[in-house]
Design a binder for this molecule. Sequence first.
Ligand code: NAD
Length: 447
Amino acid sequence: MGNFNQHRVSVIGLGYVGCVTSVCLSYLRHKVIGVDIDNEKINMLRSGIPPIKEPLLSDYLKLSLKNKYLEATSDLEYAINNTDITFICVCTPSKPDGSCNLSFLTYLINNIGELLKHKSQEHIIILRSTIPPGTTEEFIIPALEKASGKKNNRDFYICFHPEFLREGSATQDFFNPPKYIIGENGNHHAGDKILELLLLSHQQHNIIRTTYKTAELVKYTDNVWHALKVVFANEIGTIASSYSIDSHELMHIFCQDEKLNISPYYLKPGLSYGGSCLPKDLQSMQFLVNNQQLELPVINAISDSNNINLARTYDFIKKHAHGKIGWHGLSFKDNTDDLRNSVNLELISRLNDNSYSISVFDSLINLEAITNEKHDLLENKLSNYKDVFVDDFIKMIDSSDTIVIGHQLAEYRNALLQYPRSLTLIDLTNNSISLNETHHNYHGLFW
Ligand code: NAD
């Protein structure tokens, strides 16, 4: 630790997060002042007893107290005046209506603002409490500026740095979290301080810098995902048990597939799922659930959610489309000619039924050599399919005002980029965002 810079840090709120944060930062040899309104917690910390039970915490606390790297107090003024960096770890519980109760944070932010008014040195604020998207920008920064009469990114710097510790392994998680998320607004000063404090290199692969709002929503997204995983595993376990199948072995096998199951696959917001397997097998599973008289609401809600997403996509297209529509990609996904349960086909069919003028191009679908099965499928969804098909991408855009991108553009990307006439582009693949910066009028689903 040749280049170690000892910092003066305050940690406000000494519950699970704040206790671990203050003890671990002082274990890293920073001078830490922990603040809480609860005197019992302060007294316990002062006497070397962590107010929460966590492996290693007691040892680290004793060491920090021995080295005089950690103080605990209820005096916020003392803490703000004697530190340059403040971690905010106060509680943000749910209100009865489910909304996030920001009253602890509001009270604290106003107090910190008042104290910053009288402070001449810059101050860095690192928010760790979990907060809804928009809170830092729309509430915390304005409140701090108002109470302090000072300016963000000039007199004080603020970043949102969500906490990912798990109770029970919180000290280990503090030093080795799954990721370091830093929400900021283009100014890296506060975020860089976190890296310095935690002795991290900028190059470390799991340091992710993003906007305040994204960082705020990441935290919720992670926890909703964890909750969903638990519920999913329990619902699958319920089905497995009802068939006398070992659910642990089943989920162990499931988790061994890191290519498709435990992976980024199927985790990009975009079109609803379709195709021959997912809808069919989900339906079979729902049948089994009913047959076994099980109550498994998550599995039963999947297809409803998928249909709602389809309806939302349809509305999105209707909102942005004008004139003649050219549709790129008909099959249910790229690089296949499978039309079964194709979301592209379903959306085209709905627009067609609503008298939109549409032409469709799919390089893998050749009307000259179409099978009876495909003919029946097309006829059922798009009785005039022979009139709407075009066999050439350029021909399709020539006759269109709006292009819906239902498949990856791949070799057609350049043709679209160089096409001189300005078109409305509706991108359902979310992979053509670069078209945003062209002369075309781009609308990406979920952008
Ligand atoms: P907690 O309830 O254990 O602790 C919060 C502490 O803040 C309490 O000791 C309280 O007395 C103190 N406090 C409230 N107002 C204060 C004020 N004005 N000044 C000083 N202290 C004040 O909460 P927690 O579990 O540590 O969670 C804190 C935040 O971190 C929450 O937003 C939570 O969602 C988030 N979080 C928690 C965990 C977790 O595992 N517990 C993990 C990640 C994120």
